[in-house]
Ligand binder design. Structure first.
Ligand code: ATP
Length: 913
C-alpha cells in the first residue's frame, strides 16, 4: 500500500466521507499505519469515536482490491452498508441471506472480474467458516485481490469479552493459513485481559496497537438508588425532561433533537417502563426482540428521526446504531458487567456535547441476576477447569464488581479507567461522587439502611430518607424526600398541567387531603407491586442462594429460608455488637457492614440447605447455627475471617484508616469513635465486676425470655449481654452438682443397675470406644458458647464415667451413612436398655446447656431433670426402632431455639415432628 502525507489523507477523507478533519490523532495514525500495510493492527477506541473509518478509508484507497470485514450481526452489516452505499457512495456489499440471489451473483461477478469495484465485503464469522466463502477467499488471494481483513467487534474473540462467540475463535486458525494478509482487530475499549486474548487468538505477531483512553469527559455519570425514590416513573420522567431540554427547539432538525435510551434487563420491563412514561406524557416507545420486524424498524426509525424521543430497549439495542445526539442513557436495571455498562452508556454524547448516564440501582435486581448467574455456574458441572465453568465464574465475578461499584462512593469514571487499565481521569465534577461526595455517601448510607431494614422485614423511615436529593436533578426537581410536594412547586409546565397548578390554587385543607390521597396511592402501588412480586417471583427476589431449588426439599419454602436467613443475620449482628462490648477492638470495626453480615449468612444458609435432605434437618441445622452464633461471646470466626467486599479500601495501617474515616464521615468522627471505645472498655470492666450475678429464673419461659429480648432489642440497638462467667477449673462443687443432677436424673428415668464384675470389665474395655462416639457430640457442643475448654470436658467425662456404668457400648456404633450414632437394637427387644441410651444422650447434651447456664433459676436442677425426662420420653414414646443420636441432639438444640423464639413456653409444648 502507499504512504500518505497528512494533507493527502485529509483530502481523501473529505472526498469520500465528507469529514473535514480526523476525529482524533489516534484515528489518523491508525489509518496511516494500516495504509503502510506492514503490520497487523489492534485498534481499541470507545464507542462513537470513529473506529469504522479506521478500516473504511484504507479500504477505499486500495485499487482493485476488496477488504473483508467480519462483523457479528447482520443488522450491524446492514447499517454499515446503508451508510457506505447511500451516504458515501462507496461500493460495499455482503453475501448473506439478506440479499437476493440476483444481487449475490452480481457481487460475486464483480469480485471475480479483472477490475473489482467493491471495496468492502462484509461477512459474519459463520460465513467465513463456510466452504463457499473459503473457496472465494482462496481465489481472491490467488489473484492478489485481498486488501486486508478487518475483524470488527473483536472482543467476540475473547472468552472474557462480554459477547464471546465461538465462531470468532476459528478465525485465528484461518488467519494462520494466510500469514501475509494484514489483519486488523477493532473493538470498543477493552480490558487488558481481553486485549491480550484478541491478539493471541487471532495469531497477531507484534501488532501495531492504537488505544484511546477510555475517559469520556463529556459524559456525566451518576447512580440513583431505587429505594430512595418516592415515585419511580414521575422522577424518571422529570429527569429525562431535564436532560433533553433543547435550548434551540425551533432551529433543530428533527433528526438532531436530543433523545434518550433507557435500558432494561427484560422485555416485559421495556414495555411497562415505556407505558408508564407514555402515561406521564413522554414520547416513548419500547424496543425488544419480541416485536415484529416491521414494528422494530418503525420504532428505530422514529427514534432516529426524532419522532420518538425516548426508546426503552433491552441491551441488544444500540450496537451499530449511530445516533449523535443521544443526551441521556439510563440503565433502569444494573448492567451485567463494567464493559457492557461502559459500552451501553457510551452511546450518549457521541457529538461531544455534555450528556448524562444514569444507573438506577436496587438489590432486588442484583439478587435476580446473581441467582441467574449462579444457576449458569451450577449448570457447568464439576469440571472447574472447563471453559464453560470459567466463563460462568468470571461472569459472576464481573457482575460482583458492578455491584461493588454501585454500593461504593468512588468516582464513577474511575470504575472504567481502572477496569481498562488507564491512568485515573480528571473527572472535574463529571460524576455525582466528584460533584458532591458527602451527599453521595449520605444517599448510599440511606440505601444500605433501608435495604437492611427491608430485608429484616421492617421498614424504618430514617432521617436520611428525609434528606434533600435535589442535586440528583442538577438543580431540577427534588426527588420528593425533602418535601412531598416539591414536585408541584417548581415551574415545570408539563408537570403543572397534570397536577401542580391545581395544588397551588387549593386551600390548605384540600391540599392536605389530596396529599394524603396521593400518598396512599403511592403506597398502594408499591404494595401491589410487592405483593405481585411475592406471589410470582419470590424465588427470584430472594436473598438466599439456589432459591429455585428450595422445593427440592419437600415442604420447605423460600419464605421460610428467608426467615431463617434473617435470624442468622440478626445473630451475627448481635454477636458483633456483644463481642465489641466485651472486647473492644483498638480500632472500630466499621469495615463490616450489614451487607457483609448478609453475605456471611447467605453462604452459611446455603451450606445448611445443601447439606440436608429433609426440611426438619434443615430447620434444626439453621436453629443450631443461629443459636451458636448468637451466643458466641467472642467475635465469631466467620466475621473475623470475613473480607469485606465493598470496603476493601478500609485496609491498611491505623493512619490510613483514620484518614479514610475522616474523608468519609468528617473530622469529628475520630474523636467520637475514640470516646465510644473508651466507654466500651469501661462497660466491660463493670461487666466483669458483675459477672457473678445469678439470675432468678425458675421457668423455662423466663429463661428463654432473655434470649427473645435479645432479638427484640436488635433494632433499638440495646445489646443483651450474657455474662461471660469464667468457671473456675477447680470448681469442684460445680462438678459435684452436675454429677448429682445426673445421678438423680438417671435414677428417675431408669431402674438402678446392679454393677457386677462382668459388666464392669466390659465397660472398662469399651469405654474408649464409647468416648470416641461421644466425641462427635463434644465436637458439636464446642459450638455452644461460653464453655471454657477443659471445664466442659472434665464435666463431660465425669458424666460419661457415670453413664458408662449403665450403657451397653457394643450397641453404640458409627453409622457409615450419617456418621451419627445409631442405636440399632429394636426397642421391642430391649426397651429398657434403649431408654437408658436415649436418656444418657439427652442428659449428656442437656448437661452442656446446664453447664452453660442456659438452664437457670432457683430450681435449675429440677428444671434440668424435667427437660431431660420430657425429651427422653418423647423419643422413647415415639418408639422408633432406630433412634439416631444426631436426632436427639438436634432436637435438643431445636427445643432451645424454639423456646427462645417463644414457640415453646412450657414442657407440654415439647413435640416431635
Ligand atoms: N473524522 C471524523 N469526523 C467526523 N465524524 C466522524 C469522523 N470519523 C467518524 N465519524 C463519525 O462518528 C460517528 C461514529 O463513528 P463509528 O460508528 O465508526 O464509531 P465506532 O467507534 O465504530 O462506534 P461503535 O463502537 O458504536 O460502533 C459516525 O457517525 C461517523 O460517521
Amino acid at each position: 500500500m502507499s504512504e500518505y502525507t497528512d494533507e493527502e489523507l485529509s483530502k481523501e477523507l473529505k472526498k469520500y466521507f465528507k469529514h473535514n478533519t480526523f476525529k482524533s490523532d489516534i484515528q489518523k495514525n491508525a489509518i496511516k499505519s494500516i495504509l503502510s500495510g506492514q503490520k497487523d493492527t489492534y485498534i481499541s477506541m470507545p464507542t462513537g469515536s470513529g473506529k469504522s473509518l479506521c478500516y473504511q478509508l484504507p479500504a477505499v484507497l486500495q485499487e482493485n482490491k476488496v477488504s473483508i470485514v467480519i462483523s457479528p450481526l447482520i443488522a450491524l452489516i446492514k447499517n454499515q452498508l446503508d451508510f457506505l452505499n447511500q451516504k458515501c457512495k462507496i461500493p460495499a456489499s455482503t453475501i448473506n441471506s439478506t440479499i437476493s440471489s440476483k444481487e449475490r451473483d452480481k457481487v460475486l461477478g464483480d469480485l471475480k472480474t479483472k477490475t473489482t469495484h467493491i471495496k468492502l465485503l462484509y461477512v459474519t464469522p459463520e460465513q467465513v467458516a463456510s466452504n463457499s466463502f473459503q473457496e472465494l477467499f482462496k481465489l481472491l488471494f490467488k489473484f492478489h485481490k485481498i486488501g486486508f481483513v478487518a475483524v470488527d467487534e473483536a472482543h467476540c474473540v475473547s472468552m472474557w469479552g462480554h459477547d464471546f462467540r465461538k465462531d470468532y475463535l476459528k478465525l485465528g486458525e484461518w488467519r494462520s493459513a494466510y500469514p501475509s494478509i494484514q489483519f486488523i482487530a477493532l473493538t470498543a475499549t477493552a480490558p487488558v485481559l481481553v486485549r491480550k486474548d484478541i491478539i493471541a487468538n487471532l495469531n497477531f505477531q507484534n501488532p501495531a496497537i492504537f488505544q484511546v483512553p477510555c475517559f469520556r469527559k463529556n459524559l456525566y455519570y451518576d447512580i440513583v438508588y431505587k429505594n430512595l425514590m418516592r415515585d419511580d416513573f414521575i422522577e424518571l420522567k422529570c429527569y429525562i425532561q431535564k436532560c433533553l431540554e433543547n435550548p434551540e427547539p425551533n432551529t433543530t432538525k428533527s433528526s438532531e433533537k436530543p433523545c434518550a435510551i433507557i435500558y432494561c434487563r427484560k422485555k416485559e420491563s421495556t414495555e411497562s417502563v415505556a407505558l408508564s412514561l407514555r402515561k406521564l406524557g413522554l414520547s416513548c416507545e419500547a424496543f425488544h426482540s419480541g416485536l415484529k420486524k416491521s414494528d422494530k424498524e418503525k420504532v428505530q426509525d422514529d427514534w432516529m428521526n426524532g419522532k420518538v424521543l425516548v426508546i426503552v430497549a433491552t441491551v441488544a439495542f444500540g450496537m451499530g446504531i449511530d445516533h449523535q445526539h443521544v443526551r441521556l442513557v439510563v440503565h433502569w436495571d444494573i448492567s451485567q458487567n463494567i464493559a457492557a455498562y461502559y459500552q451501553e452508556s457510551g452511546r450518549a454524547g457521541r457529538d461531544g456535547k455534555k450528556s448524562f448516564c444514569r444507573l438506577y440501582y436496587d438489590r432486588d435486581e442484583v439478587r435476580s441476576i446473581t441467582f441467574l448467574l449462579n444457576q449458569d455456574l451450577n449448570k457447568c458441572g464439576k469440571d472447574t477447569k472447563s471453559e464453560k465453568y470459567q466463563r460462568a465464574k468470571n461472569a459472576l465475578k464481573e457482575f460482583e464488581k458492578m455491584v461493588e461499584h454501585c454500593e461504593n462512593v468512588i468516582c464513577r469514571h474511575i470504575l472504567f479507567t481502572k477496569y481498562f487499565g488507564d491512568p485515573p481521569p480528571k473527572c472535574d465534577s463529571m460524576c455525582d461522587v466528584c460533584k458532591d461526595k458527602k451527599s453521595c455517601q449520605k444517599r448510599l448510607d440511606s440505601f444500605l439502611q433501608i435495604s437492611a431494614s427491608a430485608s429484616m422485614g421492617t421498614r424504618i423511615r430514617t432521617a436520611a430518607e428525609e434528606a434533600d436529593f435535589t442535586d440528583l436533578y442538577e438543580g431540577g426537581r427534588s426527588s420528593g424526600h425533602k418535601g412531598k410536594f416539591d414536585y408541584y412547586d417548581n415551574d415545570d409546565d408539563s408537570y403543572d398541567n397534570d397536577y401542580g397548578s391545581s395544588f397551588r390554587k387549593a386551600s390548605e385543607k384540600e391540599r392536605k387531603e389530596e396529599r394524603s390521597f396521593i400518598d396512599k396511592q403511592f403506597a398502594l402501588r408499591k404494595m401491589n407491586a410487592a405483593a405481585a412480586m411475592k406471589m410470582n417471583e419470590t424465588a427470584s427476589i430472594s436473598r438466599v442462594k439456589s432459591a429455585n431449588a428450595t422445593e427440592s426439599k419437600v415442604g420447605l419454602t423460600v419464605v421460610t429460608r428467608e426467615n431463617y436467613l434473617s435470624l442468622l443475620i440478626s445473630a451475627l449482628k448481635s454477636n458483633m455488637e456483644k463481642s465489641a462490648l466485651l472486647d473492644p477492638p483498638d480500632i472500630p470495626t466499621i469495615a463490616i457492614t450489614y451487607k457483609d453480615l448478609e453475605d456471611i449468612a447467605i453462604d452459611l444458609e446455603l451450606k445448611c440447605f445443601d447439606s440436608c435432605k429433609a426440611v426438619s434437618i434443615y430447620r434444626r441445622n439453621m436453629a443450631k447455627e443461629t443459636f451458636a452464633i448468637k451466643n458466641e461471646a467472642r467475635l465469631h470466626s466467620l466475621i473475623k475471617n470475613h473480607i469485606p467486599k465493598k470496603h476493601k479500601f478500609h485496609g491498611g495501617d491505623y493512619k490510613t484508616i483514620v484518614e479514610d474515616l475522616k474523608n468519609r464521615y468528617g473530622e469529628d468522627v475520630i474523636e467520637e469513635l475514640e470516646n465510644e471505645v473508651e466507654q466500651k472498655k469501661l462497660k466491660k470492666e463493670k461487666l466483669q465486676q458483675k459477672n457473678n450475678d445469678t439470675k432468678n429464673q425458675s421457668k423455662i419461659s423466663s429463661f428463654f425470655k432473655k434470649e427473645i429480648k435479645g432479638v427484640e432489642d436488635f433494632d433499638s440497638k440495646k445489646t443483651d449481654i450474657i455474662e461471660n462467667e469464667e468457671i473456675d477449673k477447680s470448681d469442684i462443687s460445680q462438678l459435684k452438682l452436675m454429677k448429682s443432677v445426673l445421678e438423680d436424673e438417671l435414677r428417675q428415668i431408669q431402674p438402678e443397675k446392679e454393677p457386677n464384675e462382668e459388666n464392669m470389665n466390659q465397660d472398662e474395655e469399651q469405654s474408649s470406644k464409647k468416648r470416641k462416639a461421644d466425641g462427635e457430640i463434644e465436637k458439636k457442643l464446642q459450638k455452644i458458647p461460653r464453655i471454657e475448654e477443659g471445664n466442659l470436658f472434665k464435666t463431660a467425662n465425669e458424666l460419661l464415667k457415670i453413664e458408662s456404668n449403665r450403657i451397653e457400648p457394643e450397641n453404640v456404633s458409627f453409622s457409615s451413612s450419617s456418621s451419627s450414632i445409631v442405636i440399632s437394637e429394636p426397642v421391642s427387644e430391649n426397651r429398657s436398655r434403649n431408654k437408658k441410651k436415649i436418656s444418657s444422650i439427652v442428659v449428656n447434651t442437656l448437661n452442656q446447656f446446664y453447664h452453660d447456664k442456659r438452664i437457670q433459676g432457683n430450681d435449675s436442677k429440677a428444671l434440668f431433670k424435667a427437660i431431660a425426662r420430657k425429651v427422653t420420653h418423647i423419643f422413647y414414646d415415639s418408639n422408633p426402632d432406630v433412634v439416631s443420636k444426631k436426632d436427639i441432639t438436634d432436637y435438643i438444640y431445636e427445643v432451645f431455639y424454639q423456646a427462645r423464639e417463644g414457640i415453646i413456653t412450657k414442657l407440654e409444648d415439647f413435640k416431635i415432628d
